[in-house]
Design a protein around this ligand. Structure first.
Ligand code: HEC
Ligand code: HEC
Ligand code: HEC
Ligand code: HEC
Length: 469
């Protein structure tokens, strides 16, 4: 890994939190049909195939070999992957406190989190709910949560017959037997989003957040980067040099789709207005356990709701969302408008995943976005813009066979230094006792705007020197 890449990796690690896809002004604006087929409540539990559990994959000759080696997938998962702890965290102090809070402080009435369907939906999915057993639940987020219930393929997917199939035949076979094609980046992203944004009753609502659940702010590039891999990400990136850019784009589209389906199902299932549809910092300036009432940001009209901007792709250039669409989606209480909004996106995602992302396209998108940072932005918008710049810069560097040298390397260093400066502005102040959740209370849109202009200048200078876009 060259130095520039390593620095970018470190930058991703600290800022996790999401808006804005700004490119392709000409994106088709396809108003999907407004049919009212909302997703099955908690489709995670509605997968047809039965699950066998992680134990079935863990034998040394199957996936229980050495960590980070082929056939060591189980070993990597159990020793490094946070998903293997997803069930056990339901016993920790935060979970217990959440349960008490959700029961209105009445410990006697509170349901243990490890028995609460609301929590198990994401922390210990088991396929069909009727199949739920202590052993399956104990796996947490096991192999089948991403790869699909294995009852139809567990015994055959390692046979000589299976291995002798052509890639096209394998794809068809996987699909017919319920094995998710996780190599396909769109399929992969769709799996992550089910739990990391939510789906149907698998939902981190404001009630859960106020009780102590972390806010879910999913961005695919960042989360994918942080997941300890049981496969070779290096060879994926070598095989497809636009990997990082695609992952980011598909993440934006897929997460927005999931968010608006969630808004639709909240309208259908919930009673009343769901605060988690709205910008947190319109109501909260800081999240202190000592402040009894949410405090609005200076300049905000108290009580004026803004849509949560993390999952609103930039309408100006994307052409798919306008702020009126988003407001309408949140204002209609039968969920139809939100569902229609979500419906516009999947075709676009398919198009993105098959597009040829060559270096000049990536550099063009990078330069266009750099020149148009969000104005007077919220922290969410600024952070999404930053994460997009990082993803595109990473994809750009992946297009070089050898790390650039001389003047070209200097240009890259300038760009990296400006990215680092922006990241410093986005970090949450942390560490204060008394904060139940850190919040970006010191975020300054003006300082961000200035830093974004310096980044743009560095990118334009690199371009002018002929070494960059
Ligand atoms: C929509 C899926 C979803 C639901 C529903 C859900 N969670 Fe989570 N939970 C997550 C995800 C994803 C994370 C990781 C958050 C992150 O880092 O973005 C998480 C993180 C947590 C954490 C922090 C874990 C840690 O390592 O510190 C706790 C504790 C937790 N959840 C408990 C609960 C409890 C208790 C419930 C039920 C009342 C619940 N969750 C419901 C998806 C969910
Ligand atoms: C959070 C989602 C997730 C979980 C949980 C998960 N995987 Fe994977 N797995 C992936 C992704 C993504 C890939 C990369 C794409 C691919 O090769 O299919 C992958 C790849 C693999 C591969 C191919 C490795 C290679 O070198 O090509 C195997 C085998 C595998 N996983 C087995 C397992 C086993 C066994 C478990 C449980 C112990 C597991 N996975 C849990 C997402 C997951
Ligand atoms: C079945 C639900 C589910 C699926 C599918 C899923 N996750 Fe998770 N993920 C969780 C839960 C729950 C946690 C919290 C576990 C904990 O803290 O112990 C988590 C934690 C994580 C974390 C650690 C976050 C942190 O703050 O430390 C990363 C990174 C992550 N997931 C990435 C992914 C990616 C990438 C995918 C898709 C390839 C994926 N997840 C698919 C439920 C899921
Ligand atoms: C419409 C205004 C509004 C919005 C938007 C809103 N909240 Fe709240 N929040 C409240 C109110 C009112 C309370 C206190 C009552 C309660 O616990 O529900 C609260 C309580 C909380 C608490 C508990 C605070 C404490 O001191 O115990 C947390 C944490 C929280 N919200 C986080 C969030 C996050 C994160 C978001 C964005 C996803 C958000 N809120 C969006 C109004 C809002």
């Amino acid at each position: 890994m060259n130095i520039a890449r390593r620095m970018l990796k470190a930058m991703l690690a600290a800022v996790v939190a999401a808006e804005g896809i700004a490119w392709f002004a000409t994106a088709p604006r396809a108003d999907g049909p407004e049919e009212l087929t909302l997703p099955a409540a908690n489709a995670l539990q509605a997968q047809p195939a039965k699950w066998g559990g992680v134990g079935g994959c863990a034998a040394a000759a199957c996936h229980g070999g050495e960590v980070e080696q082929p056939r060591g997938e189980y070993t990597t998962w159990i020793s490094r992957d946070p998903h293997s702890r997803a069930y056990s965290v339901l016993f920790n102090e935060t979970s217990l406190q959440m349960a008490r809070q959700l029961a209105g402080g009445d410990a006697a009435r509170s349901l243990p989190p490890h028995e609460d369907r609301r929590c198990l939906a994401c922390h210990a999915p088991t396929g069909p709910e009727s199949e739920r057993s202590p052993q399956l639940v104990g796996d947490g987020v096991g192999c089948e949560a991403c790869h699909g219930g294995a009852s139809e393929w567990a015994s055959t997917h390692a046979t000589i017959d299976w291995k002798s199939l052509s890639p096209v035949e394998k794809k068809a076979k996987r699909r017919s037997l319920g094995m998710n094609d996780t190599r396909d980046l769109l399929v992969r992203t769709q799996q992550c989003v089910r739990c990391h944004v939510g789906e149907g009753e698998a939902d981190v609502t404001h009630d859960l957040i106020a009780a102590g659940h972390p806010r879910l702010s999913f961005e695919m590039g960042t989360f994918h980067d942080q997941l300890p891999k049981h496969w070779s990400n290096e060879s994926e990136r070598r095989a497809d040099r636009a990997f990082e850019a695609k992952l980011w784009a598909l993440g934006q589209i897929t997460a927005a789709t999931a968010q608006y389906e969630l808004v639709a199902s909240r309208a259908r299932l919930g009673d009343g207005i769901e605060f988690a549809n709205y910008d947190c910092y319109a109501c909260h300036h800081e999240l202190r356990s000592s402040s009894p009432r949410p405090v609005a940001r200076p300049g905000d009209t108290p009580g004026q709701l803004r849509p949560l901007s993390w999952y609103v792709p930039d309408g100006k250039t994307w052409g798919l969302f306008t702020s009126e669409d988003v407001t309408r989606a949140l204002d209609t209480d039968d969920g139809r408008a939100a569902h229609a909004l979500a419906n516009r996106l999947p075709n676009w995602a398919t198009e993105m995943s098959s597009a040829k992302w060559d270096r000049s396209m990536i550099e063009q998108i990078l330069a266009e976005r750099a020149a148009a940072p969000p104005e007077n932005s919220s922290w969410d918008q600024a952070t999404q813009w930053y994460l997009a710049m990082v993803a595109l810069e990473r994809a750009r560097l992946d297009h070089f066979d050898a790390p650039p040298t001389g003047a070209a390397a200097d240009g890259d260093q300038q760009v990296l230094a400006q990215l680092q400066a922006i990241k410093d502005l986005l970090n949450f102040p942390g560490g204060d006792a008394g904060h139940v959740l850190n919040s970006p209370r010191d975020f300054d849109p003006q300082a961000f705007g200035d830093a974004a202009q310096r980044l743009n200048a560095a990118i334009q200078a690199r371009k002018a020197s002929g070494d960059g876009p």
